[in-house]
Design a protein around this ligand. Structure first.
Ligand SMILES: Nc1ncnc2c1ncn2[C@@H]1O[C@H](COP(=O)(O)OP(=O)(O)OP(=O)(O)O)[C@@H](O)[C@H]1O
Ligand SMILES: [Mg+2]
Length: 332
């Protein structure tokens, strides 16, 4: 027997504040690797270490093919890892797979519901699969939570894409898991419904559910998540609080090579975080959100300096974010 509660005791409406009973980490991955077979081997995950604290709401970001879904599908038991250890709610996914799986509800990236059943039937089947006895099922409550009460008895065929995605969210909740993992929950969902889904995810989190979601929308991650993990080419390249990460992204360095020697920092550049590396190099650290490069160049010209060459530098993170944010449709 584990020292922790099993999902049967865990209810979404109940707070997680049961000291001593609950694990500190909802998910703990160490050295997680996945190599897909076939004629061409693909290393989708290359040794990921990731801790997700209980009660957190974490965004998993990364460009297409980074390995996000592979990570999630390993948690869900849909993909078999090649190496490494994963604990879900302190249950090892190899040694205690049944309990690990029942501690987590996963909303997959692909919409894979059987269109001939109604949302109510789909939730009931899912509850049956997880062995939730009829007296403990919360079908109506979940339908209400995902705003599908009116569509509860219509065949899923007649539902819109956004509604179907909400059926998936509902399915992931039938066994009241303390951890909810959503793989692009708002892809293809319109702005209003997206907002509703965000509200709902927030409510669940406030009720104590640990949430992990993948998204391509930085804005979504910023609004919802208290921390952001970035996966790139199968590696975890950053995991930090959302505020610190955004701050880290908002930094650039401009290096100017001057045509002539300079012995003293000109006054017009004093307002900037500028260093002189004699005889001819200036480096200026700035925040693109606050200072435009044109503003800096104007100050250089005002000091009567002639620029021989200049470069700007941004870290890997920015490159990844550019790759991510480039995909976000404008005005969406
Ligand atoms: N079943 C599979 N068989 C072979 N290769 C796979 C399989 N699933 C994923 N891959 C490969 O593994 C890598 C990671 O894919 P994954 O789906 O995890 O990325 P992702 O970060 O979720 O991307 P996206 O943002 O497009 O959803 C990719 O190179 C992909 O082609
Ligand atoms: Mg994916």
């Amino acid at each position: 027997m584990s020292k922790h509660s099993t999902t049967a005791d865990i209810n979404l409406s109940r707070s997680t504040s049961q000291p001593g009973l609950l694990p500190d980490l909802a998910i703990r991955a160490r050295g997680l690797r996945k190599t897909y077979g076939g004629s061409k081997k693909i290393e989708a995950l290359r040794g990921v270490d990731l801790d997700i604290p209980r009660g957190a709401i974490v965004g998993l970001l990364g460009p297409n093919g980074a390995g996000k879904s592979t990570f999630i599908n390993i948690l869900a038991g849909l993909v078999i890892k090649s190496a490494g250890d994963v604990r879900i709610w302190d249950f090892d996914i190899d040694q205690d797979s049944r309990r690990a799986r029942s501690a987590i509800g996963v909303v997959p990236q692909e919409i894979n519901i059987d269109a001939f059943f109604t949302p109510r039937e789909l939730l009931e089947f899912q509850a049956g699969l997880y062995g939730v006895p009829p007296s403990e099922r919360r079908t109506d409550e979940i339908l209400k939570a995902v705003h599908l009460t009116d569509q509860a008895d219509s065949t899923s065929r007649s539902l819109s894409g956004g509604m179907r995605r909400r059926v998936l969210v509902g399915k992931a909740m039938v066994h009241s898991p303390p951890i909810l993992v959503l793989d692009e929950p708002t892809a293809g969902v319109d702005v209003e419904l997206r907002q509703q889904l965000w509200d709902h995810i927030r409510e669940l989190n406030q009720a104590g559910v640990t949430v992990v979601l993948t998204t391509h929308y930085l804005e979504e991650a910023q609004q919802l998540c208290d921390s952001i993990a970035i996966i790139h080419h199968g590696e975890l390249v950053a995991h930090d609080s959302t505020d610190r990460l955004i701050e880290r992204l908002d930094r650039k360095e401009l290096t100017i090579l001057l045509a002539d020697d300079l012995s003293e920092m000109p006054k017009t550049l004093a307002a900037f975080n500028c260093q002189l590396h004699p005889p001819r190099r200036l480096s200026i650290h700035y925040r693109p959100s606050e200072t435009g490069i044109e503003e800096i160049l104007a100050a250089v010209r005002q000091a009567n300096l002639t620029i021989a060459d200049l470069t700007t530098e941004e870290g890997d993170l920015e490159d990844i974010f550019l790759a991510l944010t480039r995909r976000v449709p404008s005005g969406d």
